[in-house]
Design a protein around this ligand. Sequence first.
Ligand code: XIL
Length: 373
Amino acid sequence: MRLHHYMFFVSAVCLGNLVATAQAPAPTTLKDAFRNGFVIGAAINADQITGKDARGDAILVQQFNSITAENAMKWEIIHPRPNAYDFTLADKFVELGLKNHMFIVGHNLCWHSQTPDWVFKDRKGRPLTREALLQRLHDHIQTVVGRYKGKIDSWDVVNEALNEDGTLRQSPWMKIIGEDYVVKAFQFAHEADPNAQLNYNDYNLETPAKRKGAIALVKKLQAAGVPIAVVGNQGHLHLDSPSVADEETTITELAAAGVKVAITELDIDVLPRTWAQTADVSLNIHLDPKLNPYPNGLPDDVQQRLAKRYADFFAVCWRHRDVINRVTLWGVTDGDSWLNDWPVQGRTSYPLLFDRNDKPKPAFAAVLKTAAN
Ligand code: XIL
């Protein structure tokens, strides 16, 4: 190649690169922005599963590449009576995910909430024996996981087994079966679908004592030879806590136990806190106007603080994308959020990335940018 040809070639390549850089459009969707790190999920409700909420579904399909059923696969819905399963919603949920090539999360198999009382009792209303309850847990997991074998990618096998101090919660599962119920649940799930990714899921893992409990649980499962792949930290956050540093420590300490970390139920609450600092779904506090300060819209300064908080949180996830495999928001729009009714009923809550009119909030743009750094 003659020199001037070579120079021409070099400058053409440089120019080409420049043009390419200048023209590469910044991703405009969450799923594209984070594609090289982790999937981005949303929890979806019955209206979104059935297609009744067409506007919510449009956002879902455009922005997200993973779904979790907000309630449709919980025991009380999928298995309301002994020997009576109802897969109507769950089947539609899975179909929606398959049709859109989404990473499908099953939530959940073993929990103390939204599980009917009959589960723990015999036909005469007496508490079940350990053996009988283990059999019931086995049959439930075998039936539900077996039905969606090869379709549901990831299961929250046990949800919220821990107290805040890191000890095991005295749930009916624990009281009747004993502490090996966690290992058993994972074994049953693994038997039913050996290729499914299995998760332990809980909230407040930013609290050191509870996190220690979660890590101990992971070690116990590993020692029992049970393939626990992921710890899900729910991520029900507030505007000012937990700190970003605590989020980061939580991710790195959990990952050091030999699991991936997922943020499974992300929302950021801007409303005043009640005495409740947990995600215990049994709480129900009386509505007081002081607890509902923004019934007609979020003031701009709070909107901006929310955007910054979201960006800071996603920046941590992005930095740790080698160990984070999923970030799931607990709802599509603010109007969908459980935080409108928990722990106080009838509040106007603003915890997600899309507003009540389905429009992206400033937090959405702020989050998109974090993947570029
Ligand atoms: C919540 C749902 O969002 C509500 O619709 C329902 O009434 C109660 O449960 N931790 C969990 C989720 O693991 O299943 C809970 O979902 C929120 C807290």
